[in-house]
Design a protein around this ligand. Structure first.
Ligand SMILES: [Zn+2]
Length: 140
């Protein structure tokens, strides 16, 4: 008998709600300082650049470049057991030097994934409330 394990669902808080709201609408939204316009991810209560507490958010292009990646071959939660192997990656977002996010690379054979590869955001619905931003090879 195969048991369907539900996905791990995010637990948004005041700092992260905008990110999940954006993802549900198919938008990649990153925290941005209202004072100095610096992006930062993951969201923090204070701007790392100017120390302002006046933080907002902004939609980014969804384009990215793979900075680093690994292929997961072991499930650390039962939900992932039937999804192995899969790719966990750190991607560089072009909007700002050093702006990175951790994600999954999807819709490609794992052996085709490489550092420096151009990717673009897409979304995977986790349930009726949450979608997860993931990346796939960029359309050329
Ligand atoms: Zn700032």
């Amino acid at each position: 008998m195969t048991e369907t394990v539900p996905p791990v669902i995010p637990a948004p808080n005041k700092l992260t709600q905008f990110f999940w709201d954006g993802a549900r609408e198919g938008k990649l939204v990153i925290q941005r300082c209202n004072n100095c316009q610096t992006y930062q991810h993951p969201p923090e209560p204070v701007c790392h650049h100017c120390l302002s507490f006046d933080l907002g958010s902004g939609e980014v292009s969804g384009q990215a470049t793979i900075y680093s990646f690994e292929i997961a071959t072991q499930a650390f939660h039962p939900y992932f057991a039937d999804k192995l192997p899969f790719c966990i990656a750190v991607v560089d977002l072009p909007e700002q030097a050093g702006l990175k996010m951790i994600t999954n690379i999807v819709d490609t054979p794992l052996e085709d994934i490489s550092v420096g590869q151009a990717v673009e955001v897409t979304f995977r619905e986790l349930d009726s409330e949450f979608s997860l931003p993931v990346f796939r090879p960029a359309a050329s």
